[in-house]
Design a protein around this ligand. Structure first.
Ligand code: GUN
Ligand code: FE
Length: 477
C-alpha cells in the first residue's frame, strides 16, 4: 500500500492498496502500477527491474509507504533545548534560552554533537528535507552542511545574520552588516565546494528576523538574494511585542511585511516563518510577491504566540508548508507538526468559525506537497509520481491479532495477561484492530504515532534505502 496526497487536492489522500513503484538506480520513480494482484506481470512489463531488490509493506493492512516529510523551519542549534521553554514568550525566550544555547556552538565539538543528534533524530522521524537555521558561526554552520550531506538528508542550511547592537547580546552577534554578508558568503562557498549543484544541500540566506538586523544588513542581504538567486528564510509577525519592536525600529514602514519588501527580500524564494498576526494588506503583499509561509503550530502554542489563520492564508492563494520550529517548537517530529496543525486549526475554528478546521488529509498535504512547494521542489519530492524521487518512509502500525480461542469469559489471570504490555514490538504506539478504513488508520497514525512507526526512511543521491533507515534508527536508539 502506498498513500500520498494528490498533487493538487489537499482534501483527500490517494490510497493505493495494491501498488508497485519502480525506482531506478538514480533513486527516481520509473513506474507506478496500481491494482496489481501479483508482481510477476509487472516485472515482465519492466524487464530492467527483473532482478530489482523488492521491499514489501505488510499486506495485512498495518503498513504503508508515505512521502518523506519536509520541515520548512527548524533551528538545528536549538535542538538540545527542545521542550525547554518554561512560560516564556518570544523576546524573553530568545534572551533566556535561545541566544545562550546558540552561542555555545562557537565550539565545534559542541556543534558536532548537537548537529549529528539533530539530523539523526529528524531522519528517524521521517524528515527527509529540512530548512535549517544554524548560528552565526561559520565553522559550525559548515559542519551542519557536511553532516546533512553525509547523512543523506536534503537540507537548506542558513547561517543566521544578526548585527543589530541594541537587540542582540554582545556575546552573540555580528559586529557589522559587512560581517553578516562576508560570513554568509563563506558558508555559501563551503556548500558550493561540497555540493556544487546544490543537489542535496543548498545555502539559504537567513536574516534572523527584522529586529535582529540593521537596515544596512537587510539591504545587503536583499542584494545578495538578487545576485545569487538563492532561497531566503526569516521570521515574520510571530508575536505582538515583536511587531511593536519592528514598528519602533523601522518607523518609516507601514508594516512588518513592508520592511522585508523594502529591502528586496519578499520574493518567491522567501520562506516566512509563523505569519500569525498579519493584516489583510500584508497578506496581499506576501501573495503578490509569491513569498511562502512556514506554519509552526507547536511553537506558536508553546510560546503563546498565537494561532495562525492557515485556512485564510490558503484561501488567499498563499503557499503554506509546515515547520517544527525547534526549539520554539517542543518536538523535532514533523508528525507532531501535522498533528498540531490539525489541533491548532480547531482552536482557531472556535473563534473564527468551523471552516477554519484543517483535516488530517490537509495537514498531511501541508507537511509533504505544501512543504515541497515552499522549497521549490514540488517536481521532485512530496509524492509518488513517475519522474519524482523515491523520497519516502515506511509506516508500520501495531496489528492486534484476533484471538484464536474467541470466548466471552476469561479467567482472572487471562484478564491480567491482556493488560500487561509485553514489551516493545517495534511497531509503535498505534493499535490497529482490523475494522478501520485506510483513512481511519492514517488518522490514528497522525494523532497517536511517533518515530517508532517510521520503520524505514529513504532519501536521494546516495539512495540509501534500508541503509539510511538503519543509520537513522540506530542513532535514534
Ligand atoms: N525570532 C527570531 N529568532 C527566532 C527563533 O530562533 N525562533 C523563533 N520561533 N522566532 C524567532
Ligand atoms: Fe524559528
Amino acid at each position: 500500500t502506498f498513500i500520498h496526497s494528490p498533487r493538487d487536492d489537499a482534501c483527500k489522500l490517494d490510497i493505493c492498496e495494491k501498488g508497485a513503484i519502480g525506482v531506478n538506480s538514480e533513486g527516481v520513480i520509473e513506474f507506478v502500477e496500481r491494482n496489481i494482484e501479483e508482481l510477476s506481470p509487472v516485472l515482465e512489463k519492466y524487464p530492467a527491474f527483473s532482478d530489482a531488490t523488492i521491499v514489501t509493506a505488510s499486506p495485512k493492512g498495518n503498513q504503508f509507504f508515505f512521502p518523506g516529510f519536509i520541515d520548512t523551519h527548524i533551528h538545528a542549534p536549538q535542538y538540545p533545548n527542545a521542550g525547554v521553554f518554561g512560560s516564556s514568550t518570544l523576546l524573553d525566550w530568545l534572551n533566556k534560552y535561545t541566544f545562550p544555547r546558540e552561542s555555545s556552538l562557537s565550539s565545534l565539538s559542541v556543534a558536532r554533537t548537537v548537529y549529528s543528534r539533530c539530523v539523526a533524530r529528524t531522519l528517524a522521524h521521517g524528515t527527509t528535507t529540512a530548512a535549517y537555521y544554524a548560528t552565526i558561526h561559520v565553522p559550525a554552520t559548515n559542519l551542519l552542511a557536511d553532516i546533512c550531506s553525509s547523512a543523506g538528508q536534503r537540507a537548506f542550511v542558513g547561517r543566521v545574520c544578526m548585527d543589530h547592537k541594541d537587540i542582540n547580546p554582545e556575546y552573540y552577534r555580528d559586529e557589522s552588516a559587512d560581517e553578516s554578508i562576508a560570513n554568509t558568503c563563506l558558508c555559501i562557498d563551503h556548500i558550493k565546494k561540497i555540493d556544487p549543484n546544490y543537489e542535496l544541500v543548498s545555502p539559504i540566506i537567513t536574516p534572523r528576523f527584522a529586529p535582529s538586523c540593521t537596515a544596512e544588513a537587510l539591504e545587503k542581504l536583499g542584494k545578495l538574494v538578487k545576485e545569487t538567486n538563492l532561497p531566503c528564510q526569516t521570521h515574520i509577525s510571530e508575536n505582538r511585542n515583536e511587531i511593536q519592536l519592528v514598528k519602533k525600529l523601522f518607523p518609516e514602514y507601514d508594516s512588518y511585511a513592508e520592511v522585508y519588501d523594502a529591502f528586496g527580500l519578499l520574493t518567491p524564494k522567501m520562506i516566512l516563518g509563523h505569519a500569525i498576526h498579519l493584516s489583510n494588506k500584508e497578506m496581499e503583499l506576501i501573495r503578490s510577491r509569491k513569498a511562502k509561509i512556514s506554519h509552526c503550530p507547536a511553537s506558536n502554542s508553546a510560546l503563546t504566540s498565537g494561532g495562525a489563520r492557515v485556512r485564510w492564508l490558503l484561501n488567499s492563494g498563499i503557499t503554506v508548508g509546515l515547520g517544527t520550529d525547534v526549539s520554539g517548537g517542543y518536538s523535532p517530529s514533523m508528525l507532531e507538526a501535522v498533528r498540531s496543525t490539525a489541533l491548532v486549526s480547531r482552536h482557531v475554528a472556535m473563534t473564527d468559525g468551523e471552516e477554519c478546521k484543517l483535516s488530517v488529509e490537509e495537514a498531511l498535504y501541508l507537511g509533504t506537497r505544501g512543504g515541497a512547494k515552499v522549497v521549490h521542489l514540488e517536481d521532485k519530492i512530496g509524492g509518488f509520481e513517475v519522474g519524482m524521487e523515491w523520497d519516502a518512509q515506511l509506516i508500520g502500525l501495531e496489528l492486534v491479532e484476533k484471538e484464536e480461542n474467541d470466548k466471552e469469559e476469561f479467567a482472572d489471570d487471562e484478564v491480567v495477561d491482556k493488560v500487561v504490555f509485553d514489551g516493545p514490538k517495534g511497531a509503535g504506539p498505534v493499535d490497529v484492530f482490523g475494522w478501520e478504513s485506510w483513512d481511519d488508520r492514517v488518522a490514528k497514525w497522525v494523532y497517536n504515532g511517533d518515530d517508532r512507526n517510521t520503520l524505514m526512511v529513504w532519501g536521494i543521491i546516495l539512495y540509501k534505502s534500508t541503509m539510511l533507515s538503519t543509520v537513522a534508527r540506530r542513532s535514534a536508539l
